[in-house]
Design a protein around this ligand. Structure first.
Ligand SMILES: Cc1ncc(COP(=O)(O)O)c(C=O)c1O
Length: 494
């Protein structure tokens, strides 16, 4: 090692024993949480945590052992334990172990996949992943895509490509006073209307179609497309959802795809959550017709159980992505002439790009496509088991049949508090349950009412954990009743 005091700490930290210290902490965390040890989340409030981390900028180096100790004392005990089987919260995964371990290697090499010459194998691997996933969709080798930071960026990128197809002049000229509209389901993720606004179309050029049974109402969609045609309004894209955020429901992609084909409309499918059904023999039918899309958002960091971040945008015709981003950057992107250009930066929102392709590729090598499908099946089966438990329980009511791994339900045991208090009851129940550390769930609004929502993102969550969830909620409901019902109707914060 060099005799340079400035580099001494860096040199010290590349020793294998330092890596081993990190591995030890991570392995203990993973094993403990897998066994269901410890609370799922911290009892500390944001303010308590702010106080804990309120310190001056560290001026001097500290021994690694001291900083690791701090990590183990102040950070790890208070994280949300997604690898705990009682975590059933947002759509963020209990990550696949091999993909966890390779994260440090991705950081160690730190190859940026903007240009192939900076990340020789990793860029090529990303192209291979795009080919694999596109072929599952049923697309030819004309297709293309890139990894993204997630579904939000994927949908934004896809709609940018749709804008380039509808308005090639927009990159230079802007969208003008009469831009086209984008049509999407009322339960579309906020990424969709946000993209409409970000693309300069203006939110009023986003048209939300009502749902029937939690999916886009086809009659309403057909009528809207007809009305827009009569009004002479241009349609930039229709966005369908495969695995909706509130209920994990799938729009009828085949029917919507046909409608779009007949009218020459760009169909974007937001499959951030549910496109993984393509890996599953049991669930592939949910995305029948997905090949009719022009673009697809698909998040391996959701139901493929990759650690954050790993999103993907795919397009049926790769050239559509080149049209989406028309910037020139001679210091970075070198036109290929007759040579094929493998760089991914020109097709991506990002400039410096993490080599996340490596973790998806590594996980697929390690576990294989069959396991990805089997894990997806298991998450969905667990949601179905929860549906059965809820339906058999006098105090709970499942609100829909789970089409994937998401399920919404109501607690009925405090209905004596009155209908007007039920939003508040559900808010309080979830709050108390999550704070208890016994488990972690989410809530949403269905049909104007606040409801409880579970997303099974951990294959270790089994029947016994579902039963613990219901027992835990009942326990909190008893506490809530004891603390003084009737509750005020929902107000601010509920
Ligand atoms: C259907 C759907 N689309 C898009 C997103 C956004 O994905 P990300 O958080 O990866 O940007 C989500 C997130 O939950 C989602 O459920």
């Amino acid at each position: 090692m060099v005799d340079d005091p400035l580099l001494a700490a860096l040199d010290a930290d590349i020793r294998p024993e330092v890596g081993a210290a990190f591995l030890d902490i991570i392995a203990r965390y993973l094993a403990g949480t897998a066994r269901g040890e410890g609370p799922v989340t911290t009892p500390l409030s944001a303010e308590d945590l702010v106080a804990r981390f309120d310190q001056p900028l560290p001026d001097q180096e500290q021994p690694l052992a001291t900083v690791l100790e701090r990590l183990e004392r102040d950070v790890l005990p208070h994280v949300t334990r997604l690898t705990h089987p009682m975590y059933m919260g947002h759509q963020v995964s209990a990550p696949l172990p091999a993909a966890i371990w390779i994260e440090s290697l991705i950081s160690a090499i730190n190859n940026s996949t903007a240009v192939q010459e900076m990340a020789p194998p990793v860029t090529v691997i990303e192209h291979q992943l795009v080919r694999w996933l596109s072929s599952l969709v049923g697309w030819s080798d004309q297709s293309g895509g890139t990894l993204t930071s997630g579904g939000t960026e994927a949908t934004f990128t896809a709609l940018l490509a749709a804008r380039a197809a509808a308005m090639p002049e927009a990159w230079e000229q802007g969208v003008g006073a009469d831009p086209p509209v984008v049509v999407y389901g009322e339960t579309a993720h906020y990424a969709v209307p946000r993209a409409v606004a970000q693309l300069g179309l203006g939110l009023r050029h986003g048209i939300a179609i009502p749902s029937r049974e939690h999916r886009m109402d086809l009659d309403a969609l057909t009528a809207t497309l007809a009305r827009l045609a009569t009004e002479g309004k241009r349609i930039m894209a229709v966005v369908a959802t495969a695995g909706s955020t509130p209920t994990g429901s799938f729009d009828d992609l085949d029917a919507i795809g046909r409608l779009c084909e007949e009218r020459g409309i760009w169909l974007h499918v937001d499959g951030a959550h549910g496109a993984t059904a393509l890996f599953s023999d049991a669930h592939r039918h949910r995305v029948a017709g997905i090949h009719r899309a022009r673009s697809l958002a698909w998040d391996p960091h959701k139901t493929m159980l990759l650690p954050l971040s790993a999103g993907m945008v795919l397009v049926r015709n790769g050239a559509d992505l080149d049209q989406a981003f028309l910037q020139r950057a001679p210091y970075l992107f070198h036109a290929g002439g007759a040579r094929r250009v493998w760089d991914l930066g020109p097709r991506s929102f990002q400039c410096s790009r993490r080599g996340d392709a490596l973790k998806l590729w590594f996980a697929l090598q390690r576990y294989g496509a069959r396991s990805v499908g089997a894990l997806y099946d298991r998450l969905c089966e667990t949601a179905q088991a929860l549906h059965r438990e809820l339906a058999a329980h006098p105090d709970f009511e499942p609100l829909h049949h789970p089409e994937s791994n998401i399920l919404c339900f109501r607690y009925r045991g405090l209905e004596s508090a009155g209908e007007a208090s039920q939003d508040r009851v559900h808010f309080e129940l979830r709050q108390r349950y999550n704070r208890s550390g016994a488990g972690w769930i989410t809530m949403t609004v269905l049909g104007g009412r606040r409801v409880l929502r579970v997303t099974i993102m951990n294959p270790r969550t089994r029947l016994e954990h579902l039963q613990q969830l219901l027992a835990g909620l009942e326990h909190e409901a008893r506490g809530l009743a004891a603390s003084g019902l009737p509750l005020p109707p929902s107000g601010a914060g509920a």
